[in-house]
Write a protein that binds this ligand. Structure first.
Ligand SMILES: Cc1cc2nc3c(=O)[nH]c(=O)nc-3n(C[C@H](O)[C@H](O)[C@H](O)COP(=O)(O)O)c2cc1C
Length: 364
């Protein structure tokens, strides 16, 4: 059996294969109340039915101002948790494990969704936007200048992550992923380019990682001991003077000591940079971070089953996550099973069995 289809056990959770659906913003809470909708049920449900081992729901605000856009989901109240439960139960019924990415957007909050006709950048207050917070009053290019977060506000953020984790458990999620990548709040704190603080949340790497570690500790307290915690990081900023892969590996060591179970290794997003995007371009980052001694997932232009299998064979990662390929092909894992010549690896819903991918002809 190709190891892409080996189960992955983390704490008491066994994920049925090594193919994760990466978190992807959908901007589909049209009521702007952070309550997931039928869209989330169909979008995530289709990929659960499509054979993904772990389906990770998109960046979900732990506070209203922690959303990226007004149409992003949240998990700061029970109405949201109840709506998520329906999505989780459907995913479980398809045999998938279900995760959710908990996020605070920081200085990149209150933006228009990328497909809003004729509008971009920061949503002004009069159009339903909000004041944003960051480590320092330094804006992301083209967005509003954030307010420097006070230590009191940071304590609220830490508690909000913990409360969201409790609600994620009540909704039945198997995994929470703390979003510390792509230039959102926790990532802004990690980077010397956006964090210019002089207090205990800035300065050296330990200071810049303090907020992330406080969040992780609070989530660990709030989240059942048998369920794993993931953290997504940007393992490089692709910019001189920014957060480096060496920093990322050091942060992963800290996360291991703070009982994190897997690091999801992405990159970029905190500053404008030229990113050398090419097939598997972030895999070497995952391989480097894996040296910290905890499981990692690789993401970024992983599109072909043999490519995904090779990443595991090379020992670069313990799992792969797919985003855009899964938008165009919700049942990518079912095709992967056929292409890797393991018909038995595919988890088809009964109703779809007659549409199985044909076995691949052996190469002669
Ligand atoms: C539509 C869309 C929405 C995304 N939203 C998120 C998100 O909510 N959280 C996150 O960490 N990354 C997000 N990403 C990044 C993906 O998770 C992934 O890391 C990136 O797209 C690279 O993987 P890919 O080449 O397979 O698409 C998003 C990507 C896309 C295409």
């Amino acid at each position: 059996m190709p190891s892409l289809f080996d189960p992955l056990t983390l704490r008491d959770l066994t994920i049925p294969n090594r193919i994760f659906l990466a978190p992807m913003c959908q901007y589909q809470c049209e009521a702007r109340d952070g309550v997931p909708t039928d869209w989330h049920l169909v979008h995530l449900g289709a990929r659960a039915a499509g054979g993904f081992g772990l389906v990770i729901a998109e960046a979900t605000g732990v506070l209203p101002e922690g959303r990226i856009t007004p149409q992003c989901p949240g998990l700061w109240n029970d109405e949201q948790a109840n709506a998520w439960r329906r999505v989780v139960e459907f995913g479980h019924a398809q045999g998938a494990k279900m995760g959710i990415q908990l996020a605070h957007a920081g200085r990149k909050g209150s933006t228009y969704r990328d497909f809003e006709p004729g509008k971009s950048g920061t949503v002004p207050l009069e159009d339903g936007g909000w004041e944003t917070f960051g480590p320092s009053a330094v804006p992301f290019p083209g967005l509003a200048t954030p307010t420097e977060a006070t230590p009191e506000y940071l304590a609220q953020v830490v508690e909000a992550f913990a409360a969201a984790a409790r609600r994620a458990d009540a909704a039945g999620f198997d995994v929470v992923e703390v979003h510390a990548a792509h230039g959102y709040l926790l990532s802004e704190f990690l980077s010397p380019l956006s964090n210019h603080r002089a207090d205990g949340y800035g300065g050296d790497l330990a200071g810049r990682a303090r907020l992330l570690l406080e969040v992780v500790d609070a989530v660990r307290e709030a989240w059942p001991v048998g369920k794993p915690i993931f953290v997504r990081i940007s393992a490089t900023e692709w910019t001189d003077g920014g957060f480096t892969v060496e920093d990322a590996t050091e942060v992963a060591r800290m996360l291991r000591r703070h009982h994190v179970d897997l690091v999801d290794v992405s990159s970029g997003g905190n500053v404008l940079a030229k990113i050398p995007a090419a097939p598997g371009y972030q895999v070497p980052l995952a391989a480097a971070v894996r040296q910290a001694g905890l499981p990692v997932s690789a993401v970024g232009l992983i599109t072909e089953p043999k490519q995904a299998q090779q990443i595991l064979d090379d020992g670069s990662a313990d799992a792969v996550a797919l985003a855009r390929a899964a938008l165009r092909e919700p049942s990518w894992p079912l095709r992967a099973a056929a292409e890797l010549d393991c018909d038995a690896c595919a988890r088809y819903p009964n109703s779809y069995l007659r549409g199985r991918w044909p076995a691949v002809e052996p190469v002669r």
